[in-house]
Design a protein around this ligand. Structure first.
Ligand SMILES: C[S@@+](CC[C@H](N)C(=O)[O-])C[C@H]1O[C@@H](n2cnc3c(N)ncnc32)[C@H](O)[C@@H]1O
Length: 323
């Protein structure tokens, strides 16, 4: 089946302004303050993330692309012909091209993303570049139940690159993998990118680059609140913080108040002490055995694993245990 760009109109997801307002108000009125990282990705946030992917310090994109380039034929050999590829958090749709080029007659591509404009733009671009492929974008939060398009192919493979799984806690990652097994169906495979534990300085630099792009990405959340929720954040009174939490084996990103202040959000006053933080993102780092044990608890077995020469990043091929 061939798509035209005008057919690429995914239905509106339930992730609207009300959900954003509720999450921000709940998060800013909790102790400690926290806002889920999925709200980074408005249109500006999605573009800033693409700039992060180009940074020298941000090794995950470069290293994962290298692994995919080297092993796309191995992945394609396991996946087999006539595959429907379902990508969770598809972003700019760059990495999937390596798989689409290697797969034997892929049937369809289902990109799922919370960032609607970005999803539409990358789907239209892929549609132009792969005119014989059926492209079925889904605007949804992949961590909550959502409607999938009917998939004609029985050979379904999930794709979850970018170490996005690391943004979830271990419990959330297990729940996600459980529901992804349901979504993809019996016999499904899953290609997943996982960032590995490594030198702490390398990790910290990846989330606190010299050009300040990650800081802009983090602080854009306050701009989004100002714009969408009538917020009064003065961005010059807040700063970006990235730290490695050894107990949880994760990088954490926070926004820290540089002075005591009160702002309003949707008409509600929110007070900050000097040095108080909003926790905005986790990026969990795994070992291959640790992650494959987690996947095993969620109904997946490890079929293959590829890493780079430094063991900084792993791409795993998981197989649904009943398939
Ligand atoms: C870390 S980026 C990875 C992008 C791309 N897959 C890559 O590997 O470069 C995370 C992507 O997932 C999307 N995303 C984050 N949380 C999401 C959620 N809960 N549901 C759907 N998409 C989400 C973001 O909009 C963004 O495109």
């Amino acid at each position: 089946m061939t798509n035209t760009a005008t057919q690429i109109r995914p239905p509106e997801a339930q992730t609207g302004q009300d959900e954003f307002a509720q999450a921000v108000l709940d998060g800013l009125q909790s102790t400690p303050k926290a806002i889920p990282s999925k709200f980074f990705y408005d249109t500006k946030g999605s573009h800033l993330f693409e700039q992060i992917c180009e940074l020298e310090e941000y090794y995950p994109t470069r290293v994962e692309l290298g692994i995919l380039e080297a092993h796309a034929p191995d992945i394609a050999a396991i996946a087999g012909p006539d595959t429907t590829l379902v990508e969770f958090g598809s972003g700019a749709g760059v990495k999937v091209r390596l798989l689409l080029d290697a797969l034997d007659a892929p049937r369809a591509y289902v990109p799922i993303d919370i960032s609607r404009d970005h999803l539409l733009a990358s789907s239209a671009q892929l549609n132009a570049d792969y005119p014989d492929l059926s492209i079925l974008p889904v605007h949804a939060d992949f961590a909550t139940p959502f409607d999938m398009p009917r998939m004609a192919s029985s050979n379904v493979v999930g794709f979850f690159p970018g170490s996005t799984i690391g943004n979830l806690t271990a419990g959330e990652a297990e729940d996600f993998l459980h529901s992804a097994a349901e979504t993809l169906g019996k016999g499904a495979g899953m290609v997943i990118g996982v960032d590995l534990i490594k030198d702490r300085d390398v990790l910290r630099a990846a989330y606190d680059d010299r050009k300040g792009v990650t800081a802009a990405f983090n602080l854009n959340l306050l701009e989004r609140i100002n714009r969408d929720l009538n917020g009064t954040f003065d961005l010059s009174h807040f700063t970006h913080k990235a730290l490695f939490n050894e107990t949880e084996s994760r990088i954490e990103m926070h926004i820290e108040a540089t002075q005591a202040q009160t702002v309003t959000v949707a008409g509600r006053p929110i007070s900050f002490e000097k040095g108080e933080r909003i926790h905005t993102e986790n990026s969990h780092k795994y070992t291959v055995p640790g992650f494959s044990a987690l996947a095993g608890r969620a109904g997946w077995s490890l079929r293959a694993v590829w890493t780079d020469e430094n063991d900084w990043f792993a791409v795993l091929y998981l197989q649904r245990l009943d398939g």
